[in-house]
Design a protein around this ligand. Sequence first.
Ligand SMILES: NC(=O)c1ccc[n+]([C@@H]2O[C@H](COP(=O)([O-])OP(=O)(O)OC[C@H]3O[C@@H](n4cnc5c(N)ncnc54)[C@H](OP(=O)(O)O)[C@@H]3O)[C@@H](O)[C@H]2O)c1
Length: 264
Amino acid sequence: MSNEHNTTNLTVWLTGATSGIGLAVLAELVRQGHRVIATGRNRDRLNEIVAEYGNAVTPLAGDVTNPQDCRYFREQLHAMAPIDWAILNAGTCEYMDVSDFDAELVSRVVNTNIVGTARAIEAVLPVLRSSQSRECRPLLAVVGSSAWWFPFTRAEAYGASKAGLAYLAESLRADLAGEGIDVSLISPGFVRTPLTDQNDFSMPFLMEAEDAARIMVRDLTRHRPDIHFPRRFTLMLKLLACLPRSLRDRMAAAMSRNAKESNG
Ligand SMILES: NC(=O)c1ccc[n+]([C@@H]2O[C@H](COP(=O)([O-])OP(=O)(O)OC[C@H]3O[C@@H](n4cnc5c(N)ncnc54)[C@H](OP(=O)(O)O)[C@@H]3O)[C@@H](O)[C@H]2O)c1
């Protein structure tokens, strides 16, 4: 089993490639000379991206929550092997109004963020295993979030899904270590994308998708297991996590009250 990291001419499967962080990562990968197999549900958008980036990008349209689409992904990825990296970035966010607690909302968010990622892992893992013949360690990267490190108001569903995803990634890292497949967990703070354009609250240390993509590709190239940014935000969250539970709960409740008052 090799300890080497292949860093040139990579073939990367990227989900959520049609928008926001994923699209910026695609551009950064292509800029560095890699080949991207780009997945999203929006076929028109995928075709536009292929038209822009040419044969560095291969479209692989489909829905990560759909088992049939994921079987198709698996077949196609096998045909395009070896695959060096899989970056599982497809995700969604919906905020909860706790006065109208909505289990269906939780189900939708968990289905995309956890079940969809799990289906994508099921599709790509055998292909990553078979790709080890290139004598370098394949990399499976999961895009989580730092949002769940603090109990943010209205984030019950999103935070729960990303907390679950973090556990999934870290447990998978332990189980795959012996096989020579690395697992990176990426935990962004706020990044300007169509997803966050809908937010009606202030987003501290908001960063541009291009800057996020540069950090992600740089740290993935080093096979870093734990990638988080912007550091000023994520280190502040890590610090808050060290506070006594009662103090954290009071801060979280005060943020929730403030949000309600500013919404009238
Ligand atoms: N922006 C932030 O501040 C931030 C912070 C922390 C974590 N994140 C995470 O970063 C990831 C990307 O977010 P973003 O902000 O770039 O959002 P975005 O602009 O809305 O992009 C989401 C991407 O996911 C794809 N997608 C969603 N559901 C899918 C499904 N069922 N099957 C296949 N593709 C699907 C979308 O493509 P189609 O519509 O074409 O399917 C789109 O390409 C998400 O996992 C998000 O939770 C974002």
